[in-house]
Design a protein around this ligand. Structure first.
Ligand code: ZN
Length: 233
């Protein structure tokens, strides 16, 4: 047996941004109007259900799960994990006005939903709810949980600015009527590409922030908090 404290909990993160295919909102057809600059309304919402608690898995299984997902130092005993997938979904809405031969295509509104899905906190089945180790492991994993939500809140304004910047050059297009659909597709692609870049940065920031939760004396603090964690030396 090794001496000293054991690693109490490692976080496993499926740090993958998944593109939810955003169904387009209905297009609004307006009367012919000047095809001028038109800042799109950008709305953000969040779908971040509380994690399910899984207290059924034996330690070796948590170890496998943690090591599979995390190539970083996994010399410690994994007793708890937090897992979630970050995803987003976007819905652009266009406004089309036409005077016959030509049409004006505007991005009128973009609804972006940031999602944390498959959120689960795993606590090793050695300890049940109410015991000191269960409570200590859960409290640690809750830090990972709140970190994910903090990253969304911190990065959302950046996402909004990036989308607005990307669209400021391209949100309006005066095109032949026959090109309305391809123009909508081009603008939707621009929005999607911009969001993809922003969410990649979000995932990188998340990885850094989640590592910071485990840094320093956090494991030692948790290990020292319950007598059950102390091992014979
Ligand atoms: Zn952790």
């Amino acid at each position: 047996m090794s001496t000293g404290y054991r690693r109490i909990a490692r976080c496993a993160l499926a740090a993958v941004a998944i593109l939810g295919l955003g169904a387009a909102l209905p297009t609004i057809a307006a009367a012919a109007e000047r095809c001028g600059p038109h800042p799109a309304a950008i709305n953000f919402s969040y779908d971040t259900p509380k994690p399910a608690i899984d207290n059924t898995k034996p330690q070796p299984e948590l170890q496998r799960m943690g090591q599979k997902r995390d190539t970083q130092d996994h010399e410690g005993l994994i007793l708890g994990l937090y897992a979630a997938e970050m995803a987003w979904q976007e819905q652009p809405r266009f406004r089309i006005s036409s005077n016959g031969a030509s049409a004006c295509v505007l991005v009128d509104q973009i609804n972006v939903k940031f999602i944390l899905q498959k959120r689960t906190i795993y606590i090793v089945n050695t300890w049940r709810s109410g015991t000191c180790p269960y409570t200590a492991i859960l409290a640690h994993e809750r830090k990972h949980e709140s970190t994910d939500e903090r990253i969304f809140r911190e990065k959302a304004p950046i996402a909004k600015k990036r989308i607005a910047d990307a669209l400021s050059y391209a949100s309006t297009a005066s095109v032949p009527t026959s090109q309305v659909e391809t123009t909508k597709q081009r603008l939707a692609k621009l929005i999607e590409d911009t969001l993809r870049k922003v969410t990649e940065e979000m995932v990188a920031a998340r990885t850094t922030a989640q590592r910071a939760v485990d840094a320093g004396l956090e494991y030692k603090r948790v290990a020292d908090s319950c007598t059950q964690f102390r091992q014979p030396s």
